[in-house]
Design a protein around this ligand. Structure first.
Ligand code: MN
Length: 444
């Protein structure tokens, strides 16, 4: 028997005005969806996906049912995005964990499309279980980029797979053997872009209420900048099989439950990447109709190390003066550090229809507002439309040169897209009232 206990948190972040992420927590089904596209599209896409997932999984709570449910979710988003001009072009990521019975044993089935992620904490170690379907990640897999380079790569925001892009979609799936003490994390990229794996580990390794841990992670993402919506679902295995030596206990999780690469049209607008280069071994476990034998998740209270803050012993002495002097010195040090930090931060953001490079932090920092340092003259119609949501929110770069290079790469990307696809690029969301600055770089 396996008993799970979960908690979740979601927040709009510090930069955006709408939370397009959505979390799902039920007894045996957990998911995160990160919607994108257009005016209201992202919100609609993630909601449709989660609702369809839940409805289909309820009909068919099995390993195969998880994959089917993700496909239904895709169809739901695709059809709506097709028929309703208000939400045309919307899409969403979807990362799912479901407790099901396979051959009489409890299994956790993961399914993923897009760049939301699933991680597992086991034995004090955090392992990423899913692979991002992004341009940058595919370059890493092909050995053309290091993970560190990928983290700042200009294409890191482009997805190669998402729900709602075509009538069918490839779904990555894994079948895991849940063990007592395991802690699973599902999250949108709003967490992983802001908080390092080490810091995530630091939070997850402290036992306790999963909801508290989820809230802590969301707060950390916001403290780091909160440049995106952030959503976290944490699932603890409070009762389950004891930890055992098995192949599963390493990073290698048993891949792939009946998720054959079915779709041809699974690629996103970037279009330059073949959907799935890795051969997925398809081991369909067959229809599993057994009802899941999961007891209601009884709240299991683990001892939590509550720390009483030490009562400060106050002594007002002549040393107070020395202390004040020190404070002033420290204050000056802090001021200089903040100034340095802000002056060495850059980001690109849409200002009207123009891409502008700013110096400073996107949401400002303390009393310092970001200031425009380079009006690039590049308009929204000159860059791939998949970048527009990110550009609205702002894209951070480590230097002014890096920011300019990023903009140049976008323009090049759009040009090569137009050339290589042979088809028309996705329609611009803005009818650009082209200003005098629109550059026609002669001959390209
Ligand atoms: Mn996101």
């Amino acid at each position: 028997m396996t008993v799970l206990r979960s908690g979740s948190a979601s927040d709009v972040g510090r930069v955006r005005s709408v939370n397009e992420d959505r979390a799902l927590e039920s007894l045996t089904l957990f998911a995160v969806a990160d919607g994108m596209g257009g005016h209201a599209g992202g919100e609609v896409a993630s909601r449709l996906a989660i609702d369809a997932l839940q409805a289909e999984f309820a009909r068919q709570p099995s390993a195969g049912g998880v994959v089917e449910a993700v496909r239904r979710a895709n169809v739901a988003v695709w059809e709506q995005g097709h028929s309703d001009p208000e939400v045309r072009g919307m899409g969403t990521t979807l990362t799912v964990a479901a407790l099901v019975v396979v051959d009489g044993g409890d299994r956790l089935v993961l399914a993923n499309v897009g760049d939301s992620r699933a991680y597992r904490m086991r034995g004090g170690r955090l392992d990423q279980l899913t692979q991002d379907h992004s341009v940058a990640e595919e370059l890493v897999e092909r050995g053309e980029l290091s993970a560190a380079e990928a983290a700042v790569h200009p294409h890191r925001h482009i997805l190669t797979r998402a729900l709602g892009v075509g009538p069918d979609v490839d779904v990555d799936t894994w079948e895991l053997h849940p063990q007592q003490g395991d802690r699973y994390l599902l999250c949108s990229d709003g967490l992983t872009n802001e908080v390092s794996p080490d810091r995530i580990t630091g939070v997850l390794e402290r036992p306790g209420d999963p909801r508290r841990a989820a809230e802590t992670l969301v707060r950390m993402a916001n403290e780091h900048g909160g440049n995106d919506n952030v959503t976290v679902v944490i699932v603890d295995v409070v009762v389950g099989d004891p930890p055992a030596d098995e192949p599963d206990s390493a990073t290698a999780v048993a891949p792939i439950v009946g998720a054959g690469p079915v779709a041809a049209g699974a690629n996103v607008a970037a279009g330059t990447f073949p959907g799935d280069t890795e051969a997925l071994a398809v081991a369909d476990p067959g229809p599993v109709t057994t009802a899941v034998a999961v007891a209601a998740a009884a709240p299991l209270v683990r001892p939590r190390a509550e720390q009483q803050p030490a009562t400060p012993t106050r002594r007002v002495t002549i040393r107070t003066l020395v202390f004040v002097v020190l404070l002033v010195a420290i204050g000056f040090g802090v001021y200089s550090t903040v100034r340095w930090y802000v002056d060495n931060s850059y980001f690109v953001r849409l200002s009207g229809s123009e891409l502008v490079v700013y110096q400073g932090r996107p949401a400002g920092f303390l009393w310092i507002k970001p200031k425009p340092v380079d009006r690039t003259g590049v308009t929204v119609s000159q860059v791939p439309q998949t970048f527009v949501p990110a550009l609205r929110a702002s894209v951070e770069e480590p230097s002014l040169a890096g920011a300019k290079r990023y903009v140049a790469n976008l323009v090049a990307e759009q040009r090569s897209f137009v050339q290589s696809s042979g088809g028309a690029p996705p329609p611009p969301t803005t009818t650009t009232t082209t200003t005098t600055t629109t550059t026609t770089t002669g001959g390209g």
